[in-house]
Design a protein around this ligand. Structure first.
Ligand code: SF4
Length: 378
């Protein structure tokens, strides 16, 4: 199977050109077509000689994820279901800029990106892990979600040429449709460490997608060795921890990974990361009724937040078909939020976005996979 060229760093393309007897300046032309014009056909590379286009097409794929389905919520959150080259489905969610319900307002257009097909970590409230882990995404499949989602969103907002490039938008003084990335979609990003870091180097590069490292957040369920490894990377990516419980007892009810990496070990790794990088960590906390929403837990959570000088992001649970977990009432959410504020914690309570689409992580893809399986069985 041919490798997709969007899995390759500029240096590797440069090297390939050199080994195959082509001048170096062709690399800049190819990158322009890949990341600025975002073409999906070698023939579109007008200023690249035919012989080189032919050689490239024999060695590399150039496709992007194919859009299968799109859902839009009343608040403009858009969920994309993509089909990959091998037929696997993945999701990304585009969350528009908006004021938060409580806490800090945001003007960012955030894309929530997947890193694996399925997930092996089995958090009990999550649709992504329900059918287990299938495979890691290649770097191009991670980068491709950003390119394809931005192209799609641009087509809708401009009613025009979605393939119009980043440089064209900038030249015209227009706005990007995606300017912030969170690796919080399907899969555990740090379990696909090498491909994630390769993809990030392309997403972050000026010659690539051009999204600043400070606008890229990697979220993990708590893989301690990889958090320490990430602390050693040169780029300034942000880190979020899917905490969802402020004690081992609560965490173990919902996140099996906490048996392997208990809270004390996780906190040590987070402290190491924030000391090494000088970065504020975000603690993600999905509020689930009767599991982790008791105001009495605010004490333990605020201690962890103060220990790490972290901010807390409260997210009311998005319910998943077939799972018993429920979202707490708005009153309960606000009580929990206020209890943290009263304890001096920097906290936001996220307005639930995409509530009227299958916005919980992995839900749209799960339905598509199950539909495909039942069609195959007939
Ligand atoms: S919450 Fe994240 S780590 Fe846990 S099962 Fe879902 S995708 Fe995997």
């Amino acid at each position: 199977m041919r490798e997709n060229i969007r899995s390759k760093h500029r240096l590797a393309i440069d090297d390939w050109l050199l080994r195959n007897g082509h001048p170096r300046y062709r690399c800049g032309q190819i990158l322009h077509w890949l990341y600025s014009r975002r073409v999906t056909d070698w023939e579109a590379m007008g200023n690249v000689p035919k012989a080189l286009r032919q050689a490239l097409s024999e060695e590399f794929e150039i496709c992007l994820p194919e859009l299968v389905r799109q859902q839009e919520a009343g608040d403009s959150t858009r969920k994309y279901l993509w089909r990959l080259k091998d037929g696997a489905f993945i999701e990304s969610v585009l969350i528009p800029a908006n004021p938060a319900q409580a806490g800090v307002a945001s003007d960012r257009k955030t894309l929530c990106v997947s890193t694996q097909v399925g997930c092996a970590y089995g958090c009990v409230f999550c649709a992504s892990g329900l059918d287990g882990w299938k495979r890691n995404l290649a770097p191009d499949e991670i980068v491709g979600q950003v390119l394809a989602a931005e192209t799609q969103a641009r087509e809708e907002t401009s009613g025009g040429d979605g393939a119009a490039s980043r440089s064209e938008i900038e030249r015209k003084g227009g706005e990007r449709q995606v300017d912030n990335l969170v690796f919080m979609g399907m899969g555990e990003p740090l379990a696909n460490y090498d491909n994630l870091l390769k993809a990030l180097s392309i997403l972050n590069a000026d010659w690539g997608v051009g999204i600043g490292a400070r606008r890229i957040t990697i979220s993990t369920s708590g893989l301690v060795p990889q958090i320490r490894q990430l602390a050693e990377e040169p780029a300034q990516y942000r880190l979020a921890i899917s905490l969802h419980g402020p004690t081992d007892e609560v965490r173990r009810q919902v996140m099996p990974v906490s048996k392997r990496h208990p809270l004390a070990e996780l906190m040590e790794a987070c402290e190491y990361f924030s000391q090494k990088r000088g970065k504020v960590i975000t603690l993600e906390y999905i509020l689930i009724e009767g599991v982790n929403d008791a105001v009495s837990l605010a004490d333990s959570l605020s201690k962890l937040a103060h220990q790490l000088r972290a901010k807390v992001n409260l997210i009311p649970y998005n319910m998943v078909d077939g799972l018993k977990w429920r979202r707490p009432s708005v009153e309960q959410q606000e009580q929990f939020f206020r209890a943290l504020c009263d304890r001096g914690v920097r906290v936001t309570l996220r307005r639930v976005k995409g509530h009227d689409i299958d916005a919980a992580c992995g839900q749209l893809r799960l339905k598509a996979e199950r539909r495909k399986a039942s069609e195959t069985a007939v």
